[in-house]
Design a protein around this ligand. Structure first.
Ligand code: CAA
Length: 388
C-alpha cells in the first residue's frame, strides 16, 4: 500500500509587486532582477494577510465536510511563525472545522519543514489502525528581507496544502522513496528572534545548496538502486528561479546521459509559478511541482518525479513521486492562473507600507483584502480572523 497525495492546492496573497518597479526604485539594472535572479513579480502580504490566511486559502479548497472528519493529523510547516508556543495549526483547526481528535503540530527546519511534514504524515498513515485516516500537510511562508538589501528581490508569499491518505485511486501522486539526506550545521541563513529580518549569507547559501544537491542525488540513486534516467523530471527548492536553473545545470553536467531527451532540460515551465509568486520557503518546492504539472504540456502519468528539498542551516532530502493517472482532472490550473493574474500590483509606497507594518497587541488591522479571509484584529494576544 502506498501513501497518496490525494489533493494539492495553492493560496497566495491578493497583492504583488513587479521587479521592474523595484529595480527602478532601487536604481538597479532591471535585467539583474528579471534575468540574473529570474524573478518577474512576487506576492506581498498586506497587514491583514498572514501565514494563516494564506494557508486557509489553500486548504479550504481541498477540505470538504465529507473528508474533514477523517483528518487525524494537521502538520503546519513554516519558518514565518508568529508564536513560539501556540502552533499556527490551532487557528486552522478552528477555521477549517477539523475534528476534535485531529492532532496538530508546527514544524521548523527552514524550507525543509514541508518535506519533513510529508515524511511524518506518511509514517503516521502507515502505522495508524484507522484505514480512513487522512493527514493535512500545510506549507505556508512569507519571505521578507530588508529593503534595498541584495535579498530583497527574492521575497514572496504563498501556501501549498496537501491532503494525504491511503486512497490510491483518484490520487494526484503516490509518495515513493525518501532518502539522499545530508545534514551539516551551517550558517547560511537564520532568523534570530531578536532580528526583524533574516540573517543571510546569500553566496554561501548557494554554495551549500549546490554541494548538498550533488551529494544527495548520488546517495539517493545508490540507496534505491536507481539510475538518473529513471527520473522524468526533478523539481528543486526554488528560492528564486535562477537557483533552480543553477541546480538543473549542475545535474545535467553530472549526468550527461540526460541529454537523451527523456528528461526535461528546459525547466522554464516548472519555475513559472515561482517566477510570479517569489520565494515562499517551505511552499516553494511544492509550488514548483504544481507549476510543472500544470504548465508543462508533457504527460507525466506514471512517471517518476524527483523532489529536491533544501532547508538552510542545513539539511536536504530527495524524494520521489509517481504521478497518477487522474492527476490532470484533479489539478486547478485555471483557478491557479487566475489567482496569480488577479493580484493587484502595488506601487512602491504601498509595498513599503505593507513591508514595514508592525503588529502590536490590541490593534484593528486596516482592511486591504477582499477575498475569502482576513486577519481582523489582535486583541488580548488573540488573533481574530474574519471569513468573507
Ligand atoms: N543583467 C543580467 N544579469 C545580471 C545583471 C544584469 N544587469 N547584474 C547581475 N546579474 C546576474 C549576476 O551575474 C548573477 O548571476 P549568476 O548567479 O548566474 O552569476 C545574478 O544576476 C545575481 O547577481 P549577484 O550575484 O550580484 O547577486 P546578489 O549578490 O545581489 O544576490 C542572492 C543574489 C545571493 C541570491 C541574494 O538575492 C540573496 O541573498 N537571496 C536570499 C538567499 C537565497 O535565496 N539563497 C538561495 C539558497 S538558500 C535557500 O534556498 C534557502 C532559502 O529559501 C532562503
Amino acid at each position: 500500500m502506498c501513501i497518496a497525495i490525494e489533493d494539492i492546492a495553492l493560496g497566495t496573497s491578493g497583492y504583488c509587486i513587479s521587479l521592474e518597479t523595484l529595480a527602478m526604485h532601487n536604481s538597479i539594472d532591471r535585467n539583474k532582477y528579471l534575468v540574473g535572479i529570474g524573478q518577474k513579480n512576487f506576492s506581498i502580504t498586506p497587514p491583514d494577510e498572514d501565514i494563516i490566511t494564506l494557508a486557509y486559502k489553500a486548504a479550504s479548497q481541498i477540505i470538504t465536510k465529507n473528508n474533514a472528519k477523517n483528518i487525524k493529523f494537521l502538520f503546519f510547516a513554516t519558518e514565518s511563525s508568529f508564536d513560539n508556543s501556540k502552533s499556527a495549526g490551532t487557528y486552522l483547526h478552528e477555521l477549517l472545522q477539523l475534528p476534535e481528535d485531529c492532532r496538530i503540530i508546527e514544524l521548523k527546519q527552514a524550507c525543509y519543514g514541508g518535506t519533513a511534514a510529508l515524511l511524518l504524515a506518511k509514517s503516521f498513515l502507515e502505522t495508524t489502525g484507522d484505514k480512513n485516516a487522512k493527514c493535512l500537510v500545510i506549507t505556508s511562508d512569507i519571505a521578507k528581507y530588508e529593503l534595498m538589501s541584495n535579498a530583497e528581490p527574492t521575497q514572496g508569499a504563498s501556501s501549498v496544502a496537501m491532503l494525504l491518505s491511503k486512497e490510491n485511486d483518484n490520487a494526484i501522486a503516490l509518495l515513493e522513496h525518501f532518502g539522499g539526506t545530508v545534514t551539516k550545521n551551517s550558517n547560511d541563513f537564520s532568523k534570530p528572534n531578536y532580528m526583524r529580518y533574516p540573517f543571510v549569507n546569500g553566496k554561501l547559501s548557494i554554495v551549500i545548496y549546490l554541494s548538498f544537491l550533488k551529494q544527495s542525488i548520488k546517495k539517493f540513486l545508490s540507496e534505491f538502486n536507481l539510475g538518473i534516467e529513471d527520473f522524468r523530471a526533478i523539481c528543486y527548492h526554488t528560492p528564486f528561479p535562477k537557483m533552480a536553473y543553477k541546480a538543473n545545470d549542475m545535474v545535467q553536467k553530472l549526468y550527461p546521459e540526460l541529454s537523451s531527451g527523456r528528461y526535461i532540460s528546459d525547466i522554464k515551465e516548472q519555475v513559472y509559478y515561482n517566477s510570479e509568486i517569489g520565494n515562499s520557503y517551505t511552499a516553494s518546492l511544492y509550488l514548483s511541482l504544481l507549476s510543472l504539472l500544470e504548465q508543462d504540456c508533457n504527460d507525466f502519468t506514471n512517471k517518476r518525479i524527483g523532489m529536491f528539498s533544501y532547508g538552510s542551516g542545513s539539511t536536504c532530502e530527495l524524494f520521489t513521486l509517481i504521478i497518477s493517472e487522474s492527476y490532470k482532472q484533479k489539478l486547478r490550473k485555471e483557478f491557479n492562473l487566475k489567482l496569480i493574474q488577479n493580484r493587484k500590483f502595488a506601487e512602491y509606497e504601498e509595498y513599503k507600507f505593507f513591508h514595514d507594518f508592525t503588529y502590536t497587541n490590541d490593534t484593528e488591522i486596516p482592511v486591504s483584502s477582499d477575498s475569502v479571509i482576513r486577519l481582523k484584529s489582535i486583541k488580548n494576544h488573540v488573533r481574530n480572523y474574519e471569513l468573507l
